[in-house]
Design a protein around this ligand. Structure first.
Ligand code: TRP
Length: 338
């Protein structure tokens, strides 16, 4: 059986939080252990520049995300783990794809359209392109290059990214057609239905843009403090409580096994107090994170080691990328003169 090639990128603008862990990091590390998969995971630092022009933040986030994945046990012998910006072939491919990509396709991208709409909502005379860089506009082409560079078959992403995978398919087809080749396989988005989308401190989806996250590796005390801040209703201890729509119970379920979930459900019926629930939740989450947290702290203090791992990853990725780009260069007319 041919192996599935699973590829995904993590934009390096923030600090990983519990929602990232449950929704993306944990399933990706699990998938990388499946012998039927080849896994390509990368720090999408070129993408980070679209949203963030603060070099310190970009660098800090690259370090944190790399250390997080390694601390959580990503096996870099059985996966390819790299920084996008280390693979200059990706940037080169981006241009080849840009030159076959219809502008109209990009006009339809949700993220770009939302930015334009936002500008237009400011009323008559507003500049629809205010604050919109070419980076934001052509972002889906870069993403297509990420995916097509390695001929990924499966791309695990959130729902908001489905359109980008469809665009990658469109661009791949167009390139194959124009250059009468079968260079690119058509990738498919993989949306894990079973994976939880965690709610944050205020009950909305946990997201950096809502400022309601629980960072994955905060010190124990801070973790407890944040868990205590999670919004609940005002039911008193002793009153039966609903698990449905309860942020605490949802986070509990993302970390607990089946019997712990059943047990907690019972405690809700019995009217567990919110304070007690929060203490139990802290114990559970903290037990899970204790070991990787200390590994993470160790790695954050040993960037020489992490740098070495990333360079090895880049070497592995480039072995393949450099061969493919050579063929692609020839296909567009950039072969040797002799
Ligand atoms: N754009 C993705 C996001 O914001 C990150 C990303 C960049 C990505 N390149 C990718 C995901 C390639 C999958 C494949 O989540």
């Amino acid at each position: 059986m041919e192996k599935r090639r699973v590829l995904t990128g993590i934009t390096t603008t923030g600090t990983p939080h519990l929602g990232n862990y449950v929704g993306a990091i944990r399933p990706a590390i699990e998938a990388s252990r499946d012998p039927n998969n080849e896994s390509f995971y990368f720090l999408a630092d070129l993408h980070a520049l679209i949203k963030c022009h603060d070099p310190k933040r970009v660098q800090e986030s690259r370090r944190e995300i790399a250390a997080t994945w390694l601390a959580l046990g990503l096996d870099t012998d059985n996966s390819v783990f790299y920084r996008q910006s280390d693979i200059s072939e990706i940037t080169e491919l981006t241009w080849l794809l840009t030159c076959v990509c219809a502008k109209g396709l990009m006009n339809r991208a949700h993220a770009y359209k939302a930015a334009v709409q936002d500008n237009e909502s400011e009323g008559a005379g507003a500049d629809p392109d205010k604050g919109i860089t070419m980076g934001l506009f052509s972002y889906p082409v870069l993403m297509a290059a990420d995916i097509l560079m390695f001929n990924a078959t499966d791309v695990p992403v959130g729902r908001d990214q489905i359109q980008h995978i469809e665009m990658a398919r469109d661009i791949a087809l167009r390139f194959n057609h124009i250059y009468k080749s079968q260079f690119f396989k058509l990738p498919e988005a993989r949306i894990e239905e079973s994976v939880a989308v965690l709610s944050g401190l205020d009950g909305r989806k946990m997201s950096k843009s809502y400022n309601n996250t629980i960072p994955l590796f905060v010190p124990e005390k801070k973790l407890l403090k944040l868990i205590r801040k999670i919004k609940t209703n005002s039911l008193e201890p002793g009153e039966p409580k609903d698990t449905e729509g309860c942020t605490l119970f949802q986070i509990w379920s993302a970390f607990a096994d089946a019997s712990q979930i059943a047990d907690m459900r019972q405690q809700y019926e019995n009217g567990i107090g919110w304070g007690d629930m929060k203490n139990s939740l802290f114990e559970l989450v903290n037990d899970h994170l204790k070991e990787p947290r200390s590994k993470y702290e160790e790695l954050m203090g040993d960037m020489g080691y992490v740098e070495g791992v990333m360079q090895k990853g880049a070497e592995k990725a480039r072995e393949e990328a450099s061969q493919r780009i050579k063929l692609l260069r020839e296909s567009v007319g950039f072969g040797s003169f002799v």
